[in-house]
Design a binder for this molecule. Structure first.
Ligand code: GDG
Length: 745
């Protein structure tokens, strides 16, 4: 058998090809991701799929380059200029980038861009399926490839897929602006594990996902229609710490450092390094620096600010005007505050070799990192790693993902010019002892949570998620086991079958009174109860009146209101225990308050319980109120011997003595049987499962933690299982016909 491999998929390959006059050269990327993932893709059969960074039209050259890349475990996806224009510059950077960084007014929604984005994502997915085998692990990187997970999933349902997004995931209020938001989200949900830098991104993603695909969720898990669970989690990315530290000692870095010290003299050095992007907050930072010079003129001539801006996308309108604005601000500040011997800002619009960057990090007293929005920001971590003597101060924007880990930085709001100006002053005047104390802690964090840790964390989690899915699938009732159960059923002399109603025999409906049993279900129940060896018990939280009107004409047993009311074989209803209901007077006004404050919610009064339903309430609000309600009422309830039971979009208050388990125990005592079956879907059915003897067959509908031994996916599966169990040969259509005939008669 082939050794399973890891496939990395990213927009760019870690090696770029440059073509000049039918000649080509390869350049390796020094980016954090490329170095970090180097340990993975270069190993064994593993491979990295991506665009090689050049338009290669000549097929012969394409072929040679492809062969060269394959030797290095790289698999190129060839893209045309037209495709890059629409997929990368267009949809990725003109639609997703501005929206995800909270600049909706910069976003354009070009149909062509979207079409090509889909087409290119398809190309990437195809490249994956060409080389992937079952059992492989696929790790997709970033927002350019959001549709790829689902495209692969469709072709290879069992493969393990991870997705990591390097930029923020915005609040639902922003995400919903995208005309194709549903497709993007569903595209991502093809993955088994979706990673972001911070918990806020996770929260935003969960909120968008539960609203758009209406998937049930627990904390950071989503359960999809096919019962596949997707985990969403935060994996803050780190840097190659040792590489940055070692680079400080590189002779080239040392030479650059000497030159920098000549420029600085005895002045303090402050640096900022960014790609040209409106999300980096460069103009705001320059203005804050100018404010600092005005507020603290004693610092004039005593500080130098070096701002490096790495060129990017400057053909695009917004970037071109940003570049102009930076030029203007730099000249204005230098003209206003500069002297013959001092220039307040040294501004460079180009990229520098790593040894220059390292020299800057190693020499700077302050790193000013003030993006308006940043997924993580690695520059600040690189600065920390390069501080060999542990001095230096980091001023960090609270809008950068990194601020969620780097607590010892001076954390500021980048739009608050006063706060940034004051932070510059605080950093310049910070005693060395305090600098060292803070820097030591920062270095500890950055060294520990480095790029290797990030990769390991993500990969371990992906393995764990897959394992969990497999364990769940082994508890899914297989066709073979259904056959075994059918034999056991046939052989049994007496059978006792407990069936929950909502979510088990019928699907949920927004209006609970609309969940009337259909003809197919009636026919199935009839087949079940017609067998004299069977005792069928419908066990539900619903009111007895409702159940009576729906199935009252059937000779089955009914446990209503979670066991408060019992009816055997069509005889009159009896109360399980004589229960006090005086408490209702106290609780109804409290529930009414919640009902008044929560549009779409309603109270249901049952004989021995009160239920507050929120299935129609705006997503999120219902859950919030439910938490508030349990918090407010739990002590009052406990004092009166009541319990607050959380079901599916409902909170029920009832006597602690009453539950489905206690009721089911009575039946178990009275009707000894050689075949016992219990099926249910929610929290209240767990009591039934726990009451069952070991030999009983217990089945939970849905997924999640359960005391039941087996799982089925939905009411449709339950019905088909019951049919198989009793050996019914009839399919749905035949049942429909038979029932129509019954009704007519
Ligand atoms: C995205 C997210 C997230 C910069 N100038 C030069 C140069 N650099 C290197 C830095 C650093 C990298 O570029 C920039 O990384 P950032 O993280 O700061 O920002 P983005 O490029 O926007 O990256 C970001 C990141 O993905 C990772 O997930 O942190 O939030 O936006 O490594 O050192 N390198 C060289 N010369 C330069 O002039 N050699």
């Amino acid at each position: 058998m082939k050794q399973p491999k890891i496939i990395i998929v990213a927009n760019r390959l870690p090696v770029r090809v440059e073509i000049k006059n039918e000649e080509w050269i390869y350049h390796s990327s020094e980016g954090g991701l490329a170095t970090g993932l180097g340990s993975i893709y270069k190993d064994g059969n593993n491979i990295w799929i991506g665009w090689p960074g050049a338009y290669i039209e000549n097929e012969k050259i394409q072929h040679i380059i492809r062969q060269d890349f394959l030797k290095q475990n790289l698999y190129p996806v060839m893209l045309s200029e037209y495709e890059i224009h629409h997929y990368y510059d267009g949809f990725s950077n003109d639609t997703l980038w501005p929206l995800f960084h909270y600049f909706p007014s910069y976003a354009s929604y070009g149909r062509k861009d979207w079409e090509v984005y889909q087409k290119v994502n398809r190309k990437f997915a195809k490249a994956v399926t060409e080389i992937a085998d079952p059992g492989d692990t696929i790790w997709i990187q970033d927002y350019q490839l959001m549709l790829v997970p689902q495209m692969i999933r469709e072709a290879m349902p069992d493969v393990s897929i991870g997705f990591f997004q390097h930029i923020p995931f915005p609040s639902y209020e922003v995400f919903r602006l995208i005309p194709w938001r549903d497709q993007l989200l569903k595209g991502l949900l093809g993955a088994d594990l979706i990673g972001f830098h911070t918990f806020d991104d996770v929260r935003h993603f969960m909120s968008a996902a539960t609203r758009i695909v209406h998937a049930p969720s627990n904390a950071n898990e989503l359960i999809l229609d096919d019962e596949r669970s997707v985990i969403v989690d935060a994996f803050p990315m780190g840097i190659d710490y040792d590489k940055y530290r070692d680079n400080v000692f590189n002779p080239k870095t040392k030479r650059n450092e000497t030159k920098l010290h000549q420029l600085m003299g005895d002045r303090k050095l402050m640096i900022s390094i960014d790609r040209l992007d409106y999300s980096k907050g460069i103009p705001q930072r320059l203005k804050a620096y100018e404010l600092f010079l005005r507020k603290h003129p004693e610092w004039k001539e005593r500080v130098i600010f070096i701002q490096l801006v790495v060129p990017s996308r400057d053909q695009v309108k917004q970037y071109a005007s940003l570049k102009e604005e930076i030029n203007r601000l730099v000249s204005e500040i230098n003209a206003k505050h500069g002297t013959l011997s001092w220039q307040p800002i040294h501004y460079f619009y180009r990229s520098f070799p790593l040894e220059m960057l390292s020299a800057l990090y190693a020499s700077a007293d302050i790193a000013l990192v003030t993006p308006l929005r940043d997924g993580m920001n690695l520059v600040c971590k690189e600065y920390i790693a390069s501080r060999i003597d542990k001095t230096g101060v980091l001023i960090l924007s609270e809008m950068a993902g990194a601020s969620k880990e780097l607590y010892e930085a001076l954390v500021i709001n980048p739009t608050n010019e006063d706060a940034v100006a004051e932070a510059i002053y605080e950093a310049l005047t910070m005693p060395e002892e305090e600098q060292v104390r803070r820097m030591e802690a920062l270095q500890h964090t950055v060294a520990k949570f480095n790029i290797h840790h990030w990769i390991k964390n993500f990969m371990d989690k992906l393995t764990e998620v897959k394992l969990k899915q497999e364990q769940l699938s082994t508890r899914m009732l297989t066709e073979t086991f259904k056959d075994t159960l059918h034999l056991r059923y046939k052989e049994a002399g007496r059978r006792l079958i407990f069936l929950d109603y909502d979510g088990t025999l019928v699907n949920f409906t927004p209006d609970p009174l609309k969940a009337i049993p259909d003809n197919d279900l009636k026919a199935l129940l009839q087949e079940l109860y017609s067998d004299p060896h069977n005792k069928i018990v419908l066990i539900s939280g619903r009111k007895k009146e409702t159940l009576e009107s729906w199935v009252g004409d059937m000779p089955i047993d009914i446990i209503a209101e979670h066991g408060a009311w019992l009816r055997e074989d069509g005889r009159p209803w009896v109360i399980a225990k004589d229960l006090n209901t005086d408490w209702k007077e106290e609780f109804i006004p409290m529930l009414k308050q919640f009902e008044m404050r929560t549009p779409g919610s309603f109270i249901e009064e049952k004989d021995y319980s009160l239920a507050w339903h929120y299935r129609k309430v705006d997503k999120g609000l219902g859950e919030l109120r439910a938490k508030e309600m349990t918090g407010n009422m739990k002590y009052a309830a406990a004092n009166l011997g009541l319990q607050l039971q959380e079901g599916n979009k409902v909170i029920e208050i009832k006597s602690a003595m009453i539950n489905k388990g206690n009721a089911a125990r009575e039946w178990l005592k009275q009707y000894p049987a050689s075949f016992i079956l219990a099926i249910g879907d929610d929290y209240t059915d767990e009591d039934t499962f726990k009451a069952m003897p070991e030999e009983a067959v217990t089945i939970k509908v849905g997924s999640g933690i359960s005391a039941a031994t087996y799982f089925l996916k939905n009411p449709e599966e339950v019905r088909s299982f019951l049919r198989k169990l009793i050996g019914s040969s009839e399919d749905n259509n035949q049942n429909e016909e038979k029932n129509t005939a019954l009704i007519k008669n």
